[in-house]
Design a protein around this ligand. Structure first.
Ligand code: HEC
Ligand code: HEC
Ligand code: HEC
Ligand code: HEC
Ligand code: HEC
Ligand code: HEC
Length: 353
């Protein structure tokens, strides 16, 4: 009798502590116990300020909330810690990817990235020049960009509409299954960044003068901002193409950006028309429209036509401006000195008086 009761009690305790809802799922090692303090920081050897504070609310609303701290910080094993290694974004974690049933990792992204123009090694596995200029995951993903899909009743929460979940619940009745999957999909129904944020992410490298010289590339960001597309985006449009819309083939992995001379690139000469011709953009784009140049610099050798047109227009502007300025000046003179003349008229004075 007592034995049975005791057994029940033990089971109850085990259930409560063993399978109960942790206040914080990713943190079975109590990392947040210390890392929740805002002041947890120091100045390191090089004088750089390092913040070790973890904002739990932010972490809990991010995509890695179901990861344990140690999934990523694999080398933190004791307290006080040894200096931590950089986190490897491609390591496997405890989760399983349902379509393949393999352990989840971002290796697939790294694989695509290695085939793109942003890979630091070339086709033959040889390191490219200036390899530190090539972006790693954290160069582009430097802050959380999660923008809920919020057309429904203007709400800014994840998901199209919480009411939509009631449909899923008709069949998926257990736990948070419906919520998790619903949000998983619907938060990704639009780009995660505002177009201007995407442009700024690319601009970190591509607008840098020294970078452009090292890689013999044009200032694509400034020139893009001068075009109609760039101006629309500056005005807040989200329908206008940003860098990704033109440089990633529709439906392809976002990470597959290729050089313009690669035949499968979205901006390869013969593919440009198809790139313009998406449902959302210029569905009837002609070859002529596709000839529109997004990144024209006024470089005499590269774009002679544009260069001389610019010179021509500048000359015309200057001529018109200075011509009318001169007219206004002469007019002003006449009004200030109505009787003034360079040429003395001989008979004027004697006749009238
Ligand atoms: C007892 C308090 C405490 C606990 C528990 C704790 N940390 Fe820390 N952690 C610190 C302190 C203090 C620092 C700053 C150390 C320093 O000044 O170098 C730090 C620094 C770090 C750093 C940066 C270290 C570096 O050298 O770059 C990482 C990463 C980190 N902790 C991860 C974790 C993880 C993951 C866990 C849980 C497994 C954890 N911490 C648990 C106190 C703690
Ligand atoms: C999805 C992977 C991932 C998870 C999960 C994760 N981190 Fe991090 N963490 C990173 C990355 C990436 C950095 C940036 C520094 C780097 O590249 O190593 C970082 C940086 C840090 C730093 C600052 C270290 C520094 O060098 O300035 C601390 C402290 C830290 N994490 C603690 C934690 C704690 C505590 C948790 C659990 C609540 C956690 N992390 C969960 C990936 C992760
Ligand atoms: C050249 C910049 C760039 C680099 C480098 C890069 N990414 Fe991305 N990544 C992006 C962009 C842009 C998106 C799509 C964002 C959008 O559509 O709004 C994206 C999307 C993703 C997504 C999907 C995010 C989601 O929740 O929907 C994952 C996962 C991802 N990247 C992981 C990685 C990893 C891991 C690496 C390193 C191996 C990496 N990325 C390197 C630019 C980059
Ligand atoms: C009419 C009943 C029904 C409704 C409504 C429904 N589902 Fe399902 N769902 C199923 C069935 C049955 C399966 C299993 C199908 C199979 O394996 O082929 C499934 C499978 C899934 C899976 C795949 C699970 C896995 O691990 O492979 C996901 C994710 C999912 N549903 C999410 C949702 C979401 C989100 C909604 C609401 C937008 C929803 N479902 C609405 C019946 C439904
Ligand atoms: C960390 C720096 C860095 C960031 C951030 C970056 N790139 Fe690059 N990008 C490079 C380097 C390096 C090259 C290769 C230049 C070369 O081949 O010499 C390159 C090449 C390119 C090319 C090919 C140019 C050609 O030869 O036709 C395109 C297109 C491109 N990047 C677009 C983007 C876009 C879009 C983004 C933002 C999502 C971006 N890049 C972000 C460093 C960066
Ligand atoms: C409207 C489509 C479009 C948009 C938007 C766009 N590009 Fe381009 N990009 C092109 C085309 C087409 C080319 C091929 C050369 C040309 O026509 O100028 C190109 C060429 C490039 C090159 C190679 C330039 C060189 O010097 O060889 C880079 C790098 C590049 N783009 C990066 C970007 C970045 C970064 C952005 C965002 C700020 C961006 N592009 C926005 C269409 C676009």
């Amino acid at each position: 009798m007592y034995k049975q009761l005791l057994a029940k009690l033990i089971i109850a305790i085990v259930c409560f502590y063993g399978f109960g809802d942790y206040s914080y799922a990713g943190d079975e090692l109590n990392c947040v116990l210390c890392h929740k303090f805002r002041g947890l920081s120091r100045i390191d050897k090089d004088g750089k300020f390092r913040l070790f504070y973890i904002n739990q609310e932010l972490f809990d609303s991010g995509p890695h909330r179901r990861n344990k701290c140690k999934d990523c910080h694999t080398d933190i094993n004791k307290i006080p810690h040894d200096p931590a290694k950089k986190v490897d974004c491609t390591q496997e974690c405890h989760m399983v990817e349902p379509s393949s049933t393999e352990k989840f990792s971002h290796k697939s992204v790294a694989k695509v990235l290695s085939k793109s123009v942003h890979s630091p090694v070339d086709k033959n596995g040889k390191e490219k020049k200036f390899k530190e200029d090539y972006p790693g995951c954290k160069d582009c993903h430097d802050q959380p960009f999660y923008r809920p899909f919020s057309i429904y009743k203007g709400q800014l929460k994840a998901g199209v509409s919480k009411r939509g979940i009631s449909r899923c619940k008709s069949c998926h009745t257990r736990g948070d299954f419906a919520e998790d999957f619903y949000e998983h999909v619907t938060t990704r129904l639009r780009k995660s960044r505002f177009p201007m944020e995407t442009i700024e992410a690319c601009a970190k490298c591509h607008q840098d003068k020294a970078f452009q010289e090292r890689h013999d590339l044009d200032d694509v960001v400034t020139t893009y901002k001068q075009t109609f597309h760039g101006k629309m985006i500056a005005l807040g449009s989200e329908r206008t193409p940003d860098c990704l819309d033109c440089h990633v083939v529709e439906g392809e992995n976002t990470h597959l950006i290729e050089a313009q001379d690669v035949p499968t690139s979205a901006v390869y000469k013969t593919n440009v028309q198809a790139t313009c011709r998406t449902e959302e953009c210029h569905s009837k784009a002609s070859a002529k429209l596709a000839g529109f140049q997004t990144h024209v610099t006024y470089d005499r050798e590269k774009y002679p036509l544009q260069f001389y047109m610019l010179v021509g227009f500048k000359a015309l502007m200057a001529f018109v401006l200075y011509f009318f300025l001169l007219l206004i000046f002469l007019e002003l003179l006449r009004r200030l000195f109505p009787g003034f003349s360079f040429f003395k008229e001989k008979n004027n004075n004697s006749g009238d008086n």
